[in-house]
Design a protein around this ligand. Sequence first.
Ligand SMILES: Nc1ncnc2c1ncn2[C@@H]1O[C@H](COP(=O)(O)O)[C@@H](O)[C@H]1OP(=O)(O)O
Ligand SMILES: [Mg+2]
Length: 743
Amino acid sequence: MSTPTYAAEKQVAIAAVRRACVLTASVFNKLVKQETMTKEDASPVTVGDYAAQAVVNTILGRTFPKDPVVGEEDAADLRQESGKTLRERIVQLASETLAAPLAEGEKEEWGLGPNQAQTSEQLLDAIDRGNYEGGRTGRFWTLDPIDGTKGFLRGEQYAVCLALVVDSRPELGVIGCPNLPVSAADPAGPRGCIFVAVRGQGAYQLALDSPFSAPATRLTIPPSTSETLNFLESVEKAHAKLSFNERVGQVLGITRAPTRMDSQAKYCALARGDGGAYLRMPTGVGYKEKIWDHAAGLILVEEAGGVITDGRGEPLDFGLGRTLGENFGVVAAGKDVHERVIAAIKQAKAEEDVAAQANGSIFKLPPELVRMIFEHFADEQHQFWLVWISTICKALMPEVEAALYRTVAVSSCKNATRLCRALVKRPYRALAVRSLVVYITGGASIKQPLKSALPLLTSLKRLELTVDDPSIFPLLLDAPFRLRTLLTGGYYYPDCVEDILASQPSLQRFSLMFTPRREEPLDLEHARTILRPDILPNLRSLTGWVARFPLTLIKHPYPIVHLALVGATRRDITHAISLFGNTLVTLILIRLIDEQSPPECYWPTYMFRHAHLPKLEYFMVADRYDEHADLPLERETMVIPGLREICPALKTIVWGADGTVIDDLQWDFDGMTSRGWAMTVYARMLFDAIPALERVSIYDDEVAASREVMGEVFTRAEDRTVKGPESASISLDEDMWTLRPET
Ligand SMILES: Nc1ncnc2c1ncn2[C@@H]1O[C@H](COP(=O)(O)O)[C@@H](O)[C@H]1OP(=O)(O)O
Ligand SMILES: [Mg+2]
């Protein structure tokens, strides 16, 4: 079946709306402006409403007699004896309007022109044609004869709106705006426009007085940015929650003031680019939006390239009868901004939920204070206490949850799925999440749950994502959060890492810890973007497993303050120091020493040759040997010349030396047999060379061998003498040791 063009319907609807506009304009001029109606009279709105409905329905009744109409008014009151005066006025007005000479594009058989007089009864019947209840299937018209009555009375914006709905979908819409300036750029210029849209045929603006002959202007919603975007909203506070719009605007970073106007003229303004988004959020009184207030506007916006949904992003349902049923407000916007507006609404709504719950709390403390107190007790030790409070006093649940959800960590598929469900169920929980750790290796993919939860985490600042399913990482590309810390890892290096970096300009700390796999050669192309100096302007801390993080490809001297490299070769280290040396404060290395390395390499500070590390304060190195190297070490090679100038600020050196090598050293070094003697010599030489040095620790155990590693510590006393060695131990939990590569 071919798509219907609705050519006849379109022509009739335009003609009907134009006649109704002429009628309402004359009601305004005669009854409102000249104030000829007394207070006791029925309002001019009532007169205009009924009369305009009589005109449109008469035309529809003649042209499409089988089509029912869903309209606002019925004639029951007018048929009463008490309605006599009103009835006569309406009949007179409608008759006059229908009897006006035929205009271009109109036909006599539509009931128009001086030869087509209608009886009073015929006109009341026409009004009653608007009694249809609507429904899911079939076609019907829906009419709002004067939409925006308040605007009408003020002489400002109002609209005559007519739409054809087929199987629950508006297919044709016509909106007449007698008071709308023809061009928004010339607000004092000529007024009066008709807007028309047919599904699949585009949206157009026509001249109100010659809709069929004057050239039509095709309408498209232009793209907008936060700077150019503004809201269109009701004038009436009772019709939409304007304070809520304000908050949504703040979330979106909108700087322009909203444009307020009555009626569906807002949809017309949106369609022709006079505003970026129309927001109509419920005021909370349980009002259900009427289909005649949005059907014509919907098709106009969609045909102008926009998107229209309710405030939750759900489609508007025109198949439920006279109202939009459970739809929650209306949001119409350009394609490029609609999704962002919905996300901002979700955030503002979540905040509102938290605030609303707080009002009912028994503690009348300011919610921020309650939240601070609760956050203080949200650590693992005290969590039970918070949960206990919230079970006793349900009103405190949102604050308790906000505290508990601030930092969340999951390490099993089951818990990850549960967490995501909980976040989706109550968006204020999602809003509370600042730090999220997902550490799941093996098992089922948690992509689906994450896909629904990640878009809600607008406050997330720190994300640790270690997962084996690489298809999870692209989810970060569409995420609404601006991370400061991103730690990634897993079994497969995902291709999109660089795109993620490019989409996170606020990143300060980044870690890439993907498992190095021998069978798969590293694709160096992956790292290309990291080279671009512009993508990570705030990057200060970098951690990487070098096998999957080709450090030597980085050529840009990011001002890195903390650098940690796992599996770094001599070449990697020299490169890193030459790039970041000027800014480094902390340097942590798990280094690979291979057979080709010259023996003097063994001394950690040997790596500083030719370097300048003016700010370096903390230096830790743990060694890994490819093969057991032969180390004919000599006293002369222990400390390189000029070390004092190279790292004048260095306070701490921690060296996790390989145990077997240390054992070898006791035999090889200087012929002395005391274990640790070589270490003592080295430590003392370091203290001599670097005046700022306060502490040298040398741990002589395999890092991975036990949870506690043993070693010797040398410290500089107040009187600058060196104390030590004193035995010491270090726990594997300390950050630097957790960087060890797995064995
Ligand atoms: N509480 C309400 N929430 C939303 N819309 C409302 C509410 N009360 C009335 N309206 C409708 O708002 C429309 C005008 O909106 P706007 O402010 O955008 O001009 C009218 O059609 C009016 O319906 P009604 O004609 O039944 O009064
Ligand atoms: Mg209305």
